[in-house]
Ligand binder design. Structure first.
Ligand code: CUA
Length: 337
C-alpha cells in the first residue's frame, strides 16, 4: 500500500470515529448514577461502546475508501476479477472479534457477580406489584408497609418481588436495573443506593390499562433519617388503635393510581371517579354501602358506563376489617364531595 492510501484510510477512520464518539459523549443519554450496581453497569456499557466505535471507524474507513477508489466506470460492464480469499486476513478478522467478544463476556460476568454479591447488614424489603400500584414492606420493622420505597444510602438492599396478578417489572432508571415480578414466582434484586435523592419507580412491563400510571418514588435518605422514619412509622401503626384506617387501606392498596378521590388527594383517571359514588350507586340502582362493597370484591358486577370492563382486579382477599374500613371511608369521603 502506498503512503497516500494509508493516510486516506486513517483520515476517514478518524473522522467517522470522532463523529461517533461525539454522539456518544456529548449527548446526555443517561440519568444520574444512584447505585453502586449502576456504576458498574455503566462501566460495561462504555467498555462496549469504545470497542464498537473503534470497529465502526475501521469498517467505515475501508468501506468509503473502497467505494471511492475501486468504483467501476459508468460504461464498464465487465465481470470483476476472480478472488480466492486471503487466509491471513481471514484469520485476523476472526481472531480480533473473538478476543473482543470474549473480553466483553468476561467483563460482564465479573460485573454481574459483583452486583449480586450482598454487602454486610443487608436491608430486606418485600415488593408487591399489582394492577396498578407498588407497595413495599419492611420485615425488620414488623412488616411496616409503605407506598413509597424508602432506602438508606450506602447499605446493601435486597428486594424480594411478588406479583398479585400479572407480570410487572420494577425499574428505577438511576439504579440501572430491572426485575420482573411474576405471579407464582419470587424474584430478587440487589441494590446499593449511593446517592441521596428521590427517583422514579416505574413499571416497565405492559400490564394493563393503568400500566403508564403504575409509578411511585424511591427515596434514598441518610441512615439516620431512615431510622427516624422507620421509628415514626412503626409507632404510628402499632399505636393502640383498634379500628383500621380506611384511608390507610385505600393508600396501601394503590387505589389512588387509578381513581380520583378528593379526600385522599387521589387524581387517577383509569377507573371511575370515587367522589361520584353516590351518583353511580343511583345509576346502578343499588344501596350505596352494598354497591361499594360489591364494586371492591367483584368489580365486574356493575361497570359504570364510559369505563372498561376487566381492568380492576377483585380485592376479594382483603381482610374483613380492612374491607369494612375501606367501605366506610368511601361512604364518608363521598359525603363531602
Ligand atoms: Cu405494572 Cu406495567
Amino acid at each position: 500500500m502506498r503512503r497516500g492510501q494509508i493516510l486516506a484510510l486513517v483520515g476517514i477512520g478518524t473522522l467517522a470515529g470522532g463523529i461517533a464518539a461525539a454522539v456518544a459523549l456529548l449527548v446526555p443519554w443517561f440519568p444520574v448514577v444512584a447505585s453502586k450496581e449502576r456504576a458498574r453497569i455503566d462501566f460495561v456499557f462504555w467498555f462496549v461502546v469504545v470497542i464498537c466505535i473503534a470497529i465502526f471507524a475501521i469498517v467505515v474507513a475501508v468501506l468509503l475508501y473502497s467505494v471511492w477508489r475501486f468504483r467501476a466506470a459508468p460504461d464498464d460492464d465487465t465481470d470483476g476479477p476472480p478472488i480466492h480469499g486471503h487466509t491471513g486476513l481471514e484469520i485476523v478478522w476472526t481472531l480480533i472479534p473473538t478476543v473482543l467478544v470474549t473480553s466483553i463476556g468476561i467483563v460482564s460476568a465479573i460485573v454481574l457477580a459483583q452486583n449480586d454479591a450482598l454487602g454486610k447488614n443487608v436491608l430486606h424489603v418485600n415488593v408487591t406489584a399489582q394492577q396498578f400500584a407498588w407497595s413495599f414492606s419492611y420485615p425488620e420493622a414488623k412488616n411496616l408497609t409503605s407506598g413509597t420505597l424508602r432506602l438508606p444510602v450506602d447499605r446493601s438492599v435486597l428486594l424480594t418481588l411478588h406479583s398479585k396478578d400479572v407480570i410487572h417489572s420494577f425499574w428505577v432508571p438511576e439504579f440501572g436495573q430491572k426485575q420482573d415480578t411474576v405471579p407464582g414466582l419470587t424474584t430478587t434484586l440487589h441494590i446499593t443506593p449511593n446517592r441521596i435523592g428521590t427517583y422514579p419507580v416505574i413499571c416497565t412491563e405492559l400490564c394493563g390499562l393503568g400500566h403508564a400510571v403504575m409509578r411511585t418514588v424511591a427515596i434514598v435518605m441518610s441512615q439516620g433519617s431512615f431510622d427516624k422514619w422507620l421509628k415514626s412509622q412503626t409507632k404510628a401503626t402499632t399505636a393502640p388503635s383498634p379500628s383500621v384506617s380506611g384511608a390507610a387501606v385505600f393508600k396501601e392498596n394503590g387505589c389512588s393510581s387509578c381513581h380520583t378521590l378528593a379526600a385522599a388527594g387521589a387524581t387517577g383517571k383509569v377507573g371511575p371517579d370515587l367522589d361520584k359514588l353516590r351518583a353511580y350507586a343511583g345509576q346502578a340502582g343499588k344501596p350505596l354501602e352494598a354497591f361499594i362493597h360489591e364494586s371492591i370484591v367483584d368489580p365486574n358486577a356493575y361497570i359504570q358506563p364510559g369505563f372498561p370492563k376487566n381492568v380492576m382486579p377483585p380485592f376479594a382477599n382483603l381482610p374483613p376489617a380492612q374491607l369494612d374500613a375501606l367501605v366506610q371511608y368511601l361512604i364518608q369521603s363521598s359525603k363531602h364531595a
